[in-house]
Design a protein around this ligand. Structure first.
Ligand code: NAP
Length: 523
């Protein structure tokens, strides 16, 4: 079992009482009393806090009095910190957590060893922290060094400067020797806090809310339970995720995890912050592939890694869907776990263009082939424009690309045999379908539109790929002009539905997907 531990980081007893109540209500399975946060710290205060917490909680209690140099809130002297831990042993704490460096001091060592020996129900947790990055000594070597002492639980925590730093933690947990707490701090280490359960760590920490988080990258209990399926994670849970940068605001984890839960699938979807270039991307996917026990089965790919993903799969000799080759970008990678040869293990797709074409054809009530010869104006020449232009030109639509940087429009137009112009030519456009593929109108800049209202006509359909908000100013203006409107939300849902099908072999409940996204957008 991996416990969900919640730190109680209170300045006084009253605040602690409220935090304990909130933590228990949210589902905390262990409470960590962070005595270093208390104002006017004294052994009397500590005794009182432990007694009150024990009376209120039916869960185990860890007592910690963190050294300021190891992330503590205040600079309490070593003597007082070890007095606090000694008292905790004699006052009914279930665990005391002492920093490895403090434990090495003869004074603390003798005091704690005696206190723990006198209280056989109390377990000693020895912890080491590295705030700058991975431990220079190596994680396994440190575990062995600390393991020579009488620690019941060893806790090793370091900052991941890149998501690839997490694999050392996964490997140590994967070897599964004894009660270990190993995770990475920082945004790049976020997945290690979630995967702690899959990999059998002794516990993971979560905060009651963002204000009471005690370490960078710590998730709230609500996020762990509601967004990242904490209660459903097992050792054999299959993993998926969205690779991109930035990734914190991606809707993909919410949508895919909700659908996995709805379909009762033993699958989990993670946000995979991938900073850096193609080399970093390749190292990450190689790391996943070479550790089948981690259980990664597929990825969504977003900015700026869609091209890196294509090149990676090509280099591995995997299968790339032909239009994804033509678009030059991949937004979905699937590992085929049952295939034996490396070449057949990775397949790559682009569900953006299919999602867009489906949104257009269903809004217009026609088959995709009905888009042949249709005059289309595409505003923008970035990644999304490229996918849509490739899809539409494959069908035979007559496309003109308008872009702020005309040279980019020219380049894209040359590749797909289209016309092009600068944005100043938009007032002259003559098209039956207008598609916005720029970020203009996207949250928070919702009061702008890529075209002036004169351009919008009754006999036109207008598709805005922006999906936040679901109804952009452009769509409101198009509706007012009597034009048909197509929301970027439909494209987003279609591409996510296609990914879900690639990940699971099943069709998702699209209406459930829509409701999930709308709920998140309303937040
Ligand atoms: P991208 O590759 O960065 O391209 C951005 C495009 O927007 C470029 O053509 C850029 O013109 C133009 N642009 C940006 N700011 C502008 C401004 N202030 N004035 C004029 N043009 C501007 O981005 P992308 O991946 O194509 O994504 C574009 C949009 O598509 C996103 O913002 C998002 O809202 C939407 N999207 C929707 C979905 C969906 O499923 N519905 C999926 C992904 C993205 P320059 O070339 O001159 O820089």
């Amino acid at each position: 079992m991996t416990y969900l531990a919640v730190p109680i980081a209170a300045r006084n007893l009253e605040q602690a009482k409220q935090q304990v109540k909130a933590a228990l209500a949210a589902g905390a399975q262990i409470l960590e009393l962070r005595m270093d946060y208390l104002e006017g710290l004294s052994v009397d205060l500590v005794e009182q806090l432990i007694a009150e917490t024990k009376a209120a909680a039916g869960v185990a209690i860890i007592v910690t009095c963190r050294d300021k140099q190891r992330g503590g809130a205040n600079d309490w002297p070593l003597e007082l910190r070890s007095d606090v831990l000694e008292l905790a042993c004699n006052s009914g704490a279930d665990f005391i957590d002492c920093e490895w460096e403090s434990y090495l001091s003869t004074e603390a060592n003798a005091k704690l060893d005696t206190a723990v020996a006198d209280n056989p129900n109390v377990k000693l947790m020895l912890s080491a922290h590295s705030f700058d990055g991975p431990f220079s000594s190596g994680l396994e070597a440190l575990r062995q060094e600390i393991g020579q002492q009488r620690a019941d639980v060893i806790k090793l925590v370091y900052t991941a400067n890149h998501i690839n730093d997490c694999f050392e933690a996964f490997d140590l947990l994967g070897r599964g020797r004894g009660d270990l707490i190993v995770f990475c701090m920082g945004q790049a280490g976020l997945i290690s806090r979630i995967l702690a359960k899959k990999l059998g760590a002794f516990l993971t920490f979560a905060s009651i809310d963002e204000d009471t988080a005690t370490a960078p990258g710590q998730l709230t209990i609500k996020e762990l339970k509601n967004l990242y399926r904490w209660d459903a994670i097992k050792t054999d849970t299959e993993l998926y995720g969205v690779i991109g940068s930035p990734i914190a605001h991606s809707l993909s984890p919410a949508i895919h995890n909700a659908c996995f839960a709805d379909a009762k699938l033993n699958k989990l979807y993670l946000p995979l912050l991938m900073e850096g270039d193609r080399a970093d991307f390749s190292v990450f996917v190689d790391n996943c592939l070479s550790r089948p026990w981690l259980g990664f089965r597929g990825f969504s790919i977003t900015i700026p890694h869609k091209r890196n993903a294509l090149e990676y799969v090509r280099q591995k000799g995997g299968f790339v869907e032909s239009l994804a080759e033509k678009i030059g970008a991949v937004n979905t990678i699937v590992f085929e776990p049952r295939a034996t040869s490396d070449e057949r293990r990775i397949t790559a797709y682009n569900t953006d263009y299919a999602g867009a074409l489906d949104a257009i054809s269903s809004a217009l009530g026609i088959r995709q082939s009905g888009l042949k010869e249709l005059p289309v104006a595409v505003v923008g020449a970035g990644g999304v424009a490229r996918a849509i232009v490739a899809g539409l030109s494959d069908i035979g639509a007559k496309i003109k690309i308008y872009n702020r940087t005309v040279a980019k429009a020219e380049k894209l137009a040359a590749e797909f045999a289209c016309d092009y112009a600068g944005l100043d030519h938009l007032p002259d456009l003559d098209a039956k379908l207008l598609i916005n593929c720029t970020s203009i109108g996207m949250h928070p800049n919702v009061d702008v539109s890529p075209v002036s209202t004169e351009v919008l006509k009754q006999d036109m359909a207008v598709f805005d790929t922006v999906y936040n908000p679901a109804e952009t100013l452009l769509l409101k203006q198009a509706k007012a002009a009597g034009a048909k409107t197509i929301s970027g939300l439909d494209m987003f849902i279609n591409q996510a539905a296609a990914q879900f099908k690639l990940f699971t072999g099943r069709s998702p409940d699209v209406e459930f997907m829509r409701k999930t996204i709308l709920t998140y957008l309303q937040k």
